[in-house]
Ligand binder design. Sequence first.
Ligand code: SF4
Length: 402
Amino acid sequence: MTPRRKTRRMHIGGVPLGGDAPVVIQSMTSTYTYDVDATVAQIRALAGLGCDVVRVATPEKRDTQALPAILEQSPVPIVADVHFHFQRALEAVTAGVHKIRLNPGNISDRQQVDTVIRACRERGIGIRVGVNEGSIVERRDKDLRAVELNAMATDRRAHMIRLMVEKLEQYLAIFEDNDFHDVVISAKSIDPTICIDAYRAISERFDYPLHLGVTHAGPPETGRIRSITALATLLAEGIGDTIRISYAADPVYEVEDAKELLCVLGLRNRQEPELIACPTCGRIEIDLITLVAAVRRKLADIKTPVKVAVMGCVVNGPGEAEGADVAVFAGKGKGIIYVQGEQTRTVSEDDMLDALYEEAVAFAERVERGEATLGSAPVNIVPPEPLPRSDGSLPLTVLPGA
Ligand code: SF4
């Protein structure tokens, strides 16, 4: 991991962004913003999962009119997403949002941008300038559009990145002229390799905090790969101050994946249990896939980052579960449970879920009482004896004494 690149510090409401602040998780509601109850419910769900900041779309006046009621009930800062109508930006600022997002591709009139900057300065809030592959090519000026599309035809990737950087430079010059520096920038593409190179380029040119994201990435099943490829690469290079993973799905998946990404990169401390599970193979003798899904759901109500391992057998299980606080090693219809290296019980397959959960809860409570420390006990799990089959024979894949 490359040390985080130092950027300017700003705030979104009470959330620090940039400088040495932790990477901020953002998401966006998929509700109609004018539907206050639905929007607030989704904001609360996202915040409950660990989302630090939530963005809402404000295409119409009835959306900005709903903002005061939303802001009053929101547990996290709110960003207004503005396209085409600079008046929506002014209305959102007046309503009290904590940041706005402008797209240079559709609000480019100098006087309008100056007016929005002045309004944000008066309220002490920041602006994200977000260029996006979908709106980067000039639309109004037909001659310029032809030039840009023509250049794109020869080497689309290189010209897309060049265009993103150029448009950011032109737009940010307006902010510099206004001596306004509470700015976050983003350059999103559907292509993670374009995102990686575009963000690398803008991180060299500007010291504003960077908002990372892959745009219109698709459903989680495919969008996850696109998003994590770009975001993990950049974050590992020390680039990025806030992330938004975007899926064509319930935005809770965005927050879950963003949180997991930051945890595995060591950029955020885990607050909830971590689950390790083997992928299963021809040695498996229980329905481990179903068990793992059930364990994941059940662990969700534990608020201590206990590391739990669910392993399909004793062949590789003990080695792969090293570091787990609580682990189960399954065999033919049975499982042996360990807590920090101590064997605590052997249970039937039917009881495995409840028993593992009980051990995880009991261990978490010991941690909370200061009687145990997460991951601290030297985990020295001795491979248990192979569990015999119901007829008393040993599994063929496990050598006696292995
Ligand atoms: S732990 Fe056992 S069952 Fe699971 S993948 Fe490894 S060898 Fe296969």
